[in-house]
Ligand binder design. Structure first.
Ligand SMILES: Nc1ncnc2c1ncn2[C@@H]1O[C@H](COP(=O)(O)OP(=O)(O)OP(=O)(O)O)[C@@H](O)[C@H]1O
Ligand SMILES: [Mg+2]
Length: 256
């Protein structure tokens, strides 16, 4: 049995009387690709905010690497966050910094490493996302949407995190580039062995890359399991939500 990396136990979150998460429980194990899917406003990003300790639960517990996140000191929280790579929705690159400076940002800011050394480290990480020297000195504005995503992923893995959280890695990308990013998420797991949580409302992506997934609706878990189990769930909401997913997979010659 592999190690549990994230354990969310009966998590409730209420803000100004509004119930945002209503008893969410799940576990993510080492090397797993675990997706959280659900419509806009269902609470996906809110869950990740608890995992990185940005929000405290109203009740319930969130354990990351075995530690209760809401009980950590600020220093412990910093240490925890350096073990987690976060790929933000929309990429969130620094527009005034070159690609390599974006990727090496943590080291430029927090260490005494020389620029040359950081550049080399950035190149190594860029290669992991199938980019090379050619993009090192470009500005983010000179990149395509898919390249920006790759650069933000390279930045998230720069510190060799044990866990990567991708928030909507394929949003805003065309279908072909989305599938390229899907393959990259899978390749990165092979290349680095890192556990991944993928927040998405891209159904094709979720069902293609996940070992297990969780379906969230209005702050509640309505299904969880391996892709096949979730696809076959009788819950009417899920059947509606996945819509023509089965047709779509069938058209690709795949049987769910
Ligand atoms: N800082 C906040 N203060 C108050 N309410 C918030 C805050 N952030 C999010 N919410 C509310 O929590 C609910 C869940 O939001 P969340 O961002 O987790 O949704 P999501 O599933 O990530 O949606 P999307 O797919 O649109 O990104 C929403 O109803 C939202 O209005
Ligand atoms: Mg979100």
């Amino acid at each position: 049995m592999s190690e549990v990396v994230v354990e969310v136990d009966n998590l409730h979150k209420e803000i100004e009387g509004r119930k945002i998460l209503k008893g969410v429980s799940f576990e993510v194990r080492e090397r797993e690709i675990f997706s959280i899917i659900g419509g806009s406003g269902s609470g996906k990003t809110s869950i990740t905010k608890h995992i990185i300790g940005l929000w405290k639960p109203t009740s319930g517990r969130v354990l990351v690497f075995g530690k209760d996140v809401s009980r950590l000191s600020l220093q412990e929280l910093d240490e925890l966050r350096s073990d987690i790579g976060y790929v933000f929705q929309e990429g969130a690159l620094f527009d005034s910094l070159k690609v390599w400076e974006n990727v090496g940002f943590y080291f430029l800011e927090h260490t005494n490493m020389g620029r040359k050394e950081i550049r080399e480290l950035a190149l190594e990480k860029l290669r992991l996302v199938d980019l090379d020297e050619d993009v090192m000195d470009l500005m983010p504005s000179e990149l395509s949407g898919g390249m920006r995503k790759r650069v933000s992923i390279a930045r998230a893995i720069a510190t060799d995190p044990k866990l990567i959280i991708y928030d909507e890695p394929t949003s805003g990308l065309d279908p072909i580039t989305s599938r390229v990013i899907d393959r990259l998420v899978l390749q990165l797991r092979e290349r680095t062995g890192t556990t991944a949580i993928v927040v998405t409302h891209d159904m094709i992506s979720a069902f293609t890359i996940s070992d297990r997934l969780l379906v969230l609706r209005k702050g509640e878990v309505v299904a969880m399991g391996e892709p096949e189990e979730v696809l076959n769930s009788p819950d009417p909401f899920i059947q509606e939500f996945i819509g023509d997913m089965k047709d779509c997979l069938a058209k690709q010659g795949r049987t769910p």
